[in-house]
Write a protein that binds this ligand. Structure first.
Ligand SMILES: [Zn+2]
Length: 76
């Protein structure tokens, strides 16, 4: 995954579509099911601010979940 644009993370966070394609609440990183599959430390890492570790936390979580359609869904 090669995403270096902060706007991607804002978009992903504010979207109502999880990277897996399911509905998620805007403001959450993932849907209920994806989030539930993450280890505790990855969940905690997602509470960091964008620009202060969130990007790395999201990237790690996406890799862990095996979600790879990131660029297709959110590139503009
Ligand atoms: Zn999901």
């Amino acid at each position: 995954m090669k995403v270096s644009d902060k706007k991607f993370y804002w978009k992903e966070l504010q979207s109502n579509e999880c990277l897996c394609g399911d509905y998620k609440n805007p403001g959450k990183s993932f849907c209920y099911w994806c989030y539930g599959r993450l280890p505790k430390e990855m969940k905690n890492a997602l509470y960091q601010q964008i620009g202060n570790g969130y990007e790395e936390a999201l990237d790690d979580a996406v890799k862990y979940l095996g979600l790879n359609e990131v660029n297709a869904s959110f590139s503009s």
